[in-house]
Design a protein around this ligand. Structure first.
Ligand SMILES: [Zn+2]
Ligand SMILES: [Zn+2]
Ligand SMILES: [Zn+2]
Length: 227
């Protein structure tokens, strides 16, 4: 169990804020990666505190920079960096623990809180709120051009979700949806081209024929079946 760095009280599950003393605890990068504060300040601004973000080097595969607010411990990732960090931090997940995933999604803090749109630390345009991987339950702030902002504690929750097989489940569902879409498209294509899928080459006598010979048809059908 994680404990508050200020008063040593146990932290509530899935939260980085101590209920006793109110301190914000740095849970996101603890035990995941060592980091060095590379440049003390960057050009980028914390959307909550309005102060410059720090640049951290996580030292993955050489250099791996992310940005963090020293006050609220929010993190900013350039496009693709969050996914890369998640892949580096959690791998070898082969099973899906649905109970654990459901519990993680249910226990998201901040449910029912007023929704706040934040400014991108780079361009200042209001970011979109996106449920990461559609079903993680972690709502992140995203600027399509510049990256993703995570509140303190959200990275840890995403990693817990991935460890429980959440990402695996997401990919499996997406794969199934793609296959279903392809199946539907094939069905439509064969319908549009007018080529019936089964009775190829066999045409029923047109109604303008004075009479059709049932025997001929049966011979034709059975002839084909027993060929
Ligand atoms: Zn505390
Ligand atoms: Zn901040
Ligand atoms: Zn931006």
């Amino acid at each position: 169990m994680a404990r508050c760095k200020s008063c040593a009280a146990p932290l509530p599950p899935h939260s980085s804020v101590c209920e006793y003393c109110g301190s914000q605890n740095d849970v996101d990068l603890k035990g995941i990666h060592e980091f060095t504060v590379n440049k003390p300040e960057s050009e980028r601004t914390c959307p909550d505190c309005d102060i410059p973000l720090q640049t951290l080097d996580l030292g993955i595969d050489g250099k791996f920079y992310i940005e963090r607010c020293d006050r609220c411990l929010g993190l900013f990732f350039d496009p693709g960096e969050l996914e890369a960090l998640m892949d580096k931090s959690v791998s070898n997940v082969f099973s899906i623990d649905r109970k654990r995933i459901d519990a993680l999604v249910r226990e998201q803090p901040g449910a029912g809180e007023k929704i706040v749109y934040r400014k991108c630390p780079v361009c200042g345009v209001l970011m979109q709120r996106v449920n990461f991987a559609h079903r993680s339950g972690v709502v992140v702030d995203q600027c399509r051009a510049h990256g993703v902002w995570l509140d303190s504690g959200e990275l840890k929750r995403l990693l817990d979700w991935k460890k429980a097989g959440g990402q695996l489940l997401h990919e499996r569902v997406r794969h199934q949806k793609e296959q279903e879409k392809e199946r539907q498209e094939r069905l439509h294509a064969s319908r549009d081209s007018g080529s019936p899928a089964i009775a190829d080459g066999f045409a029923w006598s047109s109604p303008t024929n004075s009479r059709f010979d049932l025997t001929d048809i049966l011979v034709h059908v059975f002839g084909r079946l027993f060929k």
